[in-house]
Design a protein around this ligand. Structure first.
Ligand code: ADP
Ligand code: ASP
Ligand code: MG
Length: 420
């Protein structure tokens, strides 16, 4: 008998028919003698619908009172899907109970809309499991120390599931979704993408942070920190497939780097359309400019990603960086109003129609020429590289958004990712 956490995403919970299917699958696992905790997402489209209603009444803004209400609102999506799943399980003859995050309680900090989990009290969950119930815990949410409901950021149910698995020392966390595992790149963009039977935790962390939305990055961080065995698999297989076959399907996130992994130089390609580029032009080249520019941005709680500073000519230089597109207007306004006059720089210009494409692989550590192969492949397609950033196991380029799919396809082929 094992303690297993199942997580089902929005599409998997998308209709009463699908919820019934999830219930049959979960009941099958419980009948096999396992203790099961299920963490569901809201039904697909529900979180967007709720947040859309809020925006009809007042546009999104960096305002604590407003964000608190967004969390009150968005958290109801998971509350509904969790109760529906409990009802479906009971209809299957499987005793089940659902809890909202605050009832467990999953304690978080008070950063509304992007709260972080601080602790989980699993007492009542364990008691229910011992009584033979399947326990359902809403994904995506928790409660702060003053009793306010918080949410964990978009895609946050993955993090709820892994955090529950970590807190309860579960034997495994199974992330059921609408694809049958982690692919070399998004299979909806490149049809030749291949499923990876295993991916190292480090690579998964890079892929998630570079834009592969199959797992929320915080969930991978949790899995790494607490060594939670984790697998991504499909909720669209027939619910009654053999449980042993199901347990081995999908993609395992592994903490060991085996020989086969070392052979693959590049394991996957990630892309991200959520960023915008900002350049401060004609900055006097003297000590402290990076701090003056990026310090002001950080003070406004805006995260910066790729950064480049050019060589100076006649004592002046250009300084560019990327931020999330949602922060673009705020960042340029801030630079124009406060930083430009203080620095004596010439101009702030920006571009929101960019994307970041990255190759990821632990094999890159021990191979030279990987980045240059990437650049050659992009040049053969006539794609101009605007920015580059590298780390030990990834190389990212910022390019014009309209070439994103072309770039991902070309790189997928250049690194033979379509070959088994
Ligand atoms: P869920 O609702 O189950 O959480 P998501 O939509 O958040 O599902 O994540 C699954 C989606 O992630 C897939 O439908 C796929 O389009 C996308 N995706 C992006 N990159 C990858 C990748 N490398 N492998 C698999 N899926 C990916
Ligand atoms: N329902 C939330 C979202 O749409 C959380 C999740 O699905 O993981 O972002
Ligand atoms: Mg998701």
């Amino acid at each position: 008998m094992a303690l297993i956490v199942h997580k089902y995403g929005g599409t998997s919970m998308g209709s009463t028919e699908r919820i019934r299917n999830v219930a049959k699958r979960v009941a099958k696992w419980a009948r096999a003698g396992h203790q099961i905790v299920v963490v569901p997402s809201a039904m697909s489209g529900e979180t967007n619908r709720l947040l859309g209603l809020a925006k009809e009444l007042a546009p999104a803004k960096p305002d604590t009172a407003y964000n608190r209400e967004l969390d009150m609102l968005a958290s109801t999506g998971e509350q509904a899907s969790s109760a529906l799943l409990a009802i479906a399980l009971q209809a299957e003859g499987q005793p089940s109970v659902s809890y909202a995050g605050w009832q467990v309680a999953i304690k978080t900090n008070d950063a509304y809309t992007k709260a972080r989990i601080e602790s989980i009290d699993d007492q009542r969950v364990r008691a229910d499991l011992a009584a033979g119930k399947v326990v359902i815990i809403t994904g995506f949410q928790g409660v702060d120390e003053n009793g306010n409901i918080t949410t964990l950021g978009r895609g946050g149910s993955d993090t709820s599931a892994v955090a529950v698995a970590a807190a309860m020392k579960a034997d495994e966390c199974l992330i059921y979704t609408d694809v049958d595992g982690v692919y070399t790149t998004d299979p909806r963009v490149v049809s030749e993408a291949r499923r990876l039977a295993k991916v190292s935790f480090e690579e998964m962390l890079e892929m998630a942070s570079l834009g592969s939305k199959v797992l929320q990055i915080r969930s991978v961080e949790f899995a790494g920190k607490y060594k939670v065995p984790m697998r991504v698999l499909s909720s669209f297989t027939p619910w009654d497939i053999d449980i042993h076959e199901e347990a081995k399907s999908g993609t395992l996130i592994t903490f060991e780097e085996d020989e086969q992994m070392e052979q693959a130089i590049v394991s996957g390609i990630a892309f991200n359309r959520d960023e915008a580029k900002i350049s401060v032009l004609g900055v006097p080249d003297k000590p402290g400019i990076a701090y003056q520019i990026l310090g002001a941005v950080a003070d406004a709680n805006i995260e910066v990603d790729v950064i480049i500073q050019n060589v100076s000519k006649d004592g002046k230089t250009d300084f560019s960086f990327t931020v999330h597109r949602n922060d673009y207007a705020r960042t340029t306004d801030l630079l124009k109003d406060k930083v430009l006059p203080a620095l004596g720089a010439t101009e702030v210009v920006g571009d929101t129609k960019i994307c970041k494409v990255s190759i990821v692989g632990i094999g890159m550590r021990s191979h030279v020429g990987v980045a240059s192969k990437m650049f050659r492949s992009l040049s053969e397609e006539g794609i101009n590289i605007q920015m580059i950033s590298t780390s030990e196991i990834k190389t990212s380029v910022v390019i014009d958004e309209k070439y994103m799919e072309l770039a991902v396809r070309a790189l997928h082929k250049a690194f033979d990712l379509d070959q088994a």
